[in-house]
Design a protein around this ligand. Structure first.
Ligand code: DX5
Ligand code: ZN
Length: 224
């Protein structure tokens, strides 16, 4: 198992002070920033494009940026986000006509590639592309909004994905996104996840260091 990574989702940050907010969570101990890209088409909400990723880089953010595309189609934005300084780019298989080609495109542009599975999406889409995936993002809410409750069936899916990765001896991270809080992060790690994306639980807290260190304490007691 790889080290645990904590990724605050900027969706719940104060967008008028995005650079400061990104800097604050990294200084508070976060490992990476998660940037939710929504297009009002694949999901019923509209957020930010590559300009904002580039603006964070210009502001001086050096931490890895994990881009979560909730857009349809994806290929044009893959190139634009790679050029804007993204580290990881994850998309939903339902949103690309040619999943294998989109994964290769992400690698061609120097980023790590992820596939995001909605709560009702099965693991079947992973079957023939496992060798092209660096991370599998398990959605524990339906994509589109922050502040929703964790869907419990995600735990079983995390465990199933962990078994699949182990059986193939692959080095793929399991990210979980939606409804993660200090109270449930331990259980999510226990199921087999190693990347934790949390928006409202971090940004709605008055002290980012405190919530991040509380989450790390929960992770420290996870045993396999
Ligand atoms: C939802 C987004 C999440 C969101 C999570 O579509 O992908 O990244 O910010 O927010 P919380 O942690 O508040 O559920
Ligand atoms: Zn996300």
């Amino acid at each position: 198992m790889q080290e645990f990574l904590l990724l605050p989702s900027l969706l719940s940050a104060d967008f008028a002070r995005l650079g400061e907010e990104a800097e604050a969570v990294i200084n508070a101990g976060a490992d990476m920033l998660h940037l939710d890209v929504m297009d009002n088409h694949y999901v019923p909400n509209l957020t930010v494009g590559p300009l904002v990723c580039q603006a964070l880089r210009h502001y001086g953010i050096k931490a890895p940026i994990d881009v979560h595309l909730m857009t349809k189609p994806v290929d044009r934005l893959i190139v634009d986000f790679a050029n804007a300084g993204a580290t990881n780019i994850t998309f939903h298989p339902e949103a690309s006509e040619h999943v294998d080609r989109s994964l290769s495109l992400i690698h061609k542009h120097g980023c790590k590639a992820g596939l995001a599975l909605n709560p009702a999406t099965t693991l079947q889409c992973l079957e023939y592309v496992m060798d092209k995936i660096d991370l599998i993002l398990i959605m524990s809410v339906n994509p589109g909004f922050g502040g929703q409750s964790f869907i419990p069936s995600a735990l079983e899916k995390i465990a199933d994905v962990r078994k699949l990765i182990s059986s193939r001896h692959l080095n793929i991270r399991i990210a979980v996104d939606g409804g993660i809080k200090t109270e449930n992060i331990g259980q999510i790690a226990q199921a087999g996840a190693d990347m934790f994306i949390a928006g409202s639980a971090i940004f709605n807290h008055s002290d980012y260091s405190e919530v991040i260190s509380n989450m790390r304490k929960q992770l420290a007691s996870v045993r396999y």
